[in-house]
Write a protein that binds this ligand. Structure first.
Ligand SMILES: Cc1cc2nc3c(=O)[nH]c(=O)nc-3n(C[C@H](O)[C@H](O)[C@H](O)COP(=O)(O)O)c2cc1C
Length: 155
């Protein structure tokens, strides 16, 4: 399968998970491309008018995996804006993951994932799996491995 892994990462955590995911999927025989969403200007929570310097197209992929950080108890605005601008995800399998700092359930992970799922579904994708990596929790490496394993299994 030709899989695009499309990430937004401000400080590298989400990117690190995406790289592990790419290694795993490539080892399983898939063609994978890791693409980064980049912007200039203000990215603080609440900002909306992002200037995209890289906004990867997804048409060429059979499946897409989107990854982003949780910010201000929600999906990072850059990823919300990127996903909303995509014209279509129809006939594509999709998976989504987020990384976050805080360990508690109410600190944005579930909300961010539901936001991603909702936009992907509205563009016609079938979202097969999701994952949350909590950066501050002990056993982070196991958390990352479990997330990578869970997401890669559906392709
Ligand atoms: C502006 C901002 C807001 C954040 N808000 C939250 C939050 O609400 N909940 C949480 O668990 N982590 C929060 N974090 C932590 C990030 O989600 C976490 O460090 C994440 O792994 C960063 O991913 P990145 O390195 O790919 O940017 C926030 C970080 C920033 C910079």
């Amino acid at each position: 399968m030709n899989i695009g892994i499309i990430v937004y990462s401000q400080t590298g955590n989400t990117d690190a998970v995406a790289q592990k995911l790419q290694e795993k999927l490539t080892a399983a025989g898939h063609t994978t491309t890791l693409e980064r969403i980049t912007v200039t200007g203000n990215v603080s929570p609440g900002a909306k008018d992002f200037q995209f310097t890289s906004s990867p197209a997804v048409d060429q992929y059979d499946a897409v995996i989107f990854g982003a950080p949780v910010q201000a108890f929600s999906l990072a605005g850059v990823m919300t804006s990127y996903l909303s601008r995509l014209s279509s995800l129809s006939n594509k399998k999709a998976a989504c993951f987020v990384t976050k700092q805080l360990p508690f359930n109410w600190t944005g992970g579930n909300r961010a994932i539901s936001g991603m799922k909702k936009i992907c579904a509205s563009k016609g994708a079938t979202v097969c799996e999701t994952g949350i990596v909590i950066w501050s929790k002990s056993g982070r490496e196991q958390n990352i491995s479990a997330c990578v394993e869970k997401l890669s299994r559906v392709f």
